[in-house]
Structure formats: structure tokens, C-alpha cells
Design a binder for this molecule. Structure first.
Ligand SMILES: C[S@@+](CC[C@H](N)C(=O)[O-])C[C@H]1O[C@@H](n2cnc3c(N)ncnc32)[C@H](O)[C@@H]1O
Length: 214
């Protein structure tokens, strides 16, 4: 299952992350080129962490995931890619990972899997450096069920009902984002954590990318 997730999402990251999504964020590409600290929360096998590390050799990256086997695989992949001197992986939950301050925190298709996305947002708010950015990449979904009655929505509802929702419900927390989280649901999480700026900056048929700042 973890291998399948990574194989599903990685092509979208390969195609869009470095050339499209990061440049769409206000001032972030410049910081990463100069040398910044980045956390990738819910990093899985580290596909996105390794890609960013390869593209931005002056920056330091921390991947965080609570699943031990994924963290081990991510370490292996960073070593194979030759970026392990600038990338560390930590086995920790999104609501209490260590480190910071981070200039960029990214969550790649992981926020909706979390049992307590509000606590994760609060942790991210705490570890961000002044002027830092939270990049939220989430499966493409509309706010209403009817918005998701299309081929991509069908794929995601089926994945989510068998994988993401049971996973979130298996964790502690009173509220999870559910099978398809639209923009409003995600925005509400960020606002409750004290973030004042929320903007959708990019999208593909499979992902929406939000820039979140104070
Ligand atoms: C759908 S996968 C995405 C993985 C990776 N970001 C990618 O796109 O390939 C969601 C990831 O979130 C992690 N995850 C779920 N809940 C978590 C939590 N509360 N704290 C940390 N990681 C979590 C899972 O272990 C999984 O690796």
C-alpha cells in the first residue's frame, strides 16, 4: 500500500513540484536557492523530499512520518540519490515533530490522512520561521460532493474510503478531513491555527496546491 501510494503521487511531483509549484509560492524559490530549512510532513517514502533536495543543493531538508518502515525506506532512497548529507528523516507524528524554525513546511497528500489535522496545523504554525510558508498539496477536490462526480473524484473517493479515512479514524483526534477535502475545509483548518493568508496557487487534474502564511 505504501509503495502504491508513492508510485501514484510521484509522477505528479516529478512533473510539477520544482518547475511549477515551488515557483508559484511567494519568495520561496529564492530562499531555497540561497539556503533554507524545509520540513516535509507525512513524507512517506520521501519522493518529494528527495526531489527538493536534488533541486536545491544549498538547503537542508527534514522528512517526517509516523510510519517507521516508510522512514526507513525514505532514508534508503535519499542515500541512493546521493542527498543524504542534507536530508534527515524523523519518525514522528505531525502534531509533535521536532526541529525548526523552518522556512518552508510542506504536506504532500498527507493532511487528509491525519487523525488530527488541526493539531498538525498548530505544530506547523509553531515550527515555521518568521515569514515562513506552509505549502499544502492535497488531492484535487471540490467543496461539494457534486463537484467530485468525475473520473478523478471516483478514483479518490475509492482510495480514500478504503485507505485515508480508516487511517485517519485509527488515530487520535476529534476531526479528520474525510474522503475528499475541498478548499473550504482545508482553509478552515489553517485559519483555526492562526494563519491569515490562504491562496490556491497551482493545480493539476490530480492535485491542488495552497500557499499558507501568517
Ligand atoms: C497518502 S500518503 C502520502 C505520502 C507522501 N507524502 C507521498 O505523497 O508519497 C500519507 C502519509 O501520511 C503519513 N501520515 C498519516 N498520518 C500521519 C500523522 N498523524 N503523522 C505523521 N505522518 C502521518 C502516512 O504514514 C503516509 O506516509
Amino acid at each position: 500500500m505504501f509503495v502504491g501510494c508513492e508510485r501514484f503521487f510521484r509522477p505528479g511531483y516529478n512533473a510539477n513540484l520544482v518547475d511549477g509549484w515551488i515557483p508559484a509560492l511567494d519568495g520561496v524559490e529564492e530562499k531555497l536557492l540561497a539556503g533554507a530549512a524545509v520540513a516535509d510532513v507525512g513524507c512517506g517514502h520521501g519522493a518529494s523530499t528527495v526531489l527538493m533536495a536534488q533541486a536545491f543543493p544549498n538547503s537542508l531538508f527534514t522528512g517526517v512520518d509516523y510510519h517507521r518502515a516508510s522512514v526507513q525506506e525514505a532514508r534508503k532512497r535519499a542515500a541512493e540519490a546521493g542527498v543524504h548529507n542534507r536530508v534527515t528523516f524523523e519518525q514522528a507524528a505531525a502534531h509533535d515533530f521536532d526541529g525548526g524554525p523552518y522556512d518552508l513546511v510542506a504536506t504532500f497528500d498527507s493532511l487528509h490522512d491525519m487523525g488530527n489535522p488541526q493539531a498538525a496545523a498548530a505544530r506547523i504554525a509553531t515550527v515555521l520561521a518568521p515569514g515562513g510558508t506552509w505549502m499544502i498539496v492535497e488531492p484535487s477536490a471540490g467543496d461539494a460532493v457534486a463537484d467530485n462526480l468525475n473520473p478523478v473524484g471516483r478514483v479518490y473517493y475509492s482510495f480514500s474510503s478504503f485507505l485515508c479515512v480508516p487511517n485517519a479514524l485509527s488515530q487520535e483526534g476529534d476531526y479528520a478531513l474525510g474522503a475528499q477535502a475541498g478548499e473550504q475545509a482545508i482553509r478552515s483548518i489553517t485559519e483555526a491555527a492562526g494563519f491569515g493568508r490562504f491562496e490556491r496557487v497551482a493545480e493539476t487534474p490530480f492535485n491542488k496546491v495552497y500557499e499558507v502564511r501568517f
